[in-house]
Design a protein around this ligand. Structure first.
Ligand SMILES: Nc1ncnc2c1ncn2[C@@H]1O[C@H](COP(=O)(O)OP(=O)(O)OP(=O)(O)O)[C@@H](O)[C@H]1O
Length: 206
């Protein structure tokens, strides 16, 4: 699997917010996307996921299953944790796995993210960091090769950040690839970096 962006440009609300973004990430690799607020990090991840269209250039997933839609190859872990307040933690994860079509072991995934003890609690009582951990459990319950992670350390304590670092290393060792947008240093060895800057009016008009 190889994820390629070539001279990618994206328009949001009638304004170009990304232009000329090119990179490739292959199996086992990670790319960290950095930049100030409004630089277009979330927009880039959404464009890679196919949720917003490219106005210029292209995004390709190469060497994947040619018959599978792009969205089946990826996880987009966004700012919203997507936890249903009225469902138990285990049922939240089961529902996500059903939608995503995975076959991962729910209890193993919950145990791995430190939520084994909370499996029967309603989603409504989870702390912010626990909600984030439940979102991470989805990566394990429905294995997919491409992880697109938007501020994945948000709300995680130091142990949670270490856990995320381990999960990312293991994913890469299995041949997965990662694109992670962040303000903070991530525990990602040998990751390449892409710095985005908000487009100025001049850059937009070029
Ligand atoms: N739906 C939209 N309509 C109009 N403008 C949008 C839309 N979504 C994003 N934008 C604009 O696109 C630009 C990039 O936003 P984006 O959320 O990608 O930045 P970011 O780098 O992820 O920022 P942050 O670090 O604050 O999360 C911002 O100026 C934002 O206002």
């Amino acid at each position: 699997m190889r994820l390629v962006a070539e001279r990618l440009g994206v328009d949001r609300g009638g304004r170009m917010v990304l232009r000329g973004v090119s990179f490739s990430v292959t199996a086992g690799e990670a790319l960290i996307v950095l930049g100030p607020n409004g630089a277009g990090k979330s927009t880039l991840l959404r464009a890679l996921a196919g949720l917003v269209a490219a106005a210029e250039g292209r995004v390709e997933f190469e060497n994947g299953d040619p018959d599978a839609p792009r969205e089946d190859a990826l996880h987009l872990l966004g700012h919203q944790d997507g936890v249903k307040a009225g469902l138990s933690v285990r049922r939240n994860l089961a529902a996500a796995r059903d939608i995503l079509g995975g076959e991962g072991d729910l209890d193993a995934a919950l145990g791995r993210v430190g939520l084994g003890h909370a499996a029967e609690l309603p989603g409504s009582v989870l702390s912010a960091g626990q909600r984030r951990r439940l979102a991470l459990a989805r990566l394990l319950a429905a294995p997919r090769p491409v992880w697109l992670l938007d501020e994945p350390t948000a709300a995680l304590d130091v142990a949670g950040q270490d856990l995320l670092g381990e999960l990312m290393s293991e994913h890469r060792a299995r041949g997965g690839l990662i694109v992670a947008a962040t303000h903070l240093e991530l525990k990602l060895e040998d990751a390449r970096r892409l710095e985005l800057q908000p487009l100025t009016m001049e850059a937009e008009e070029d």
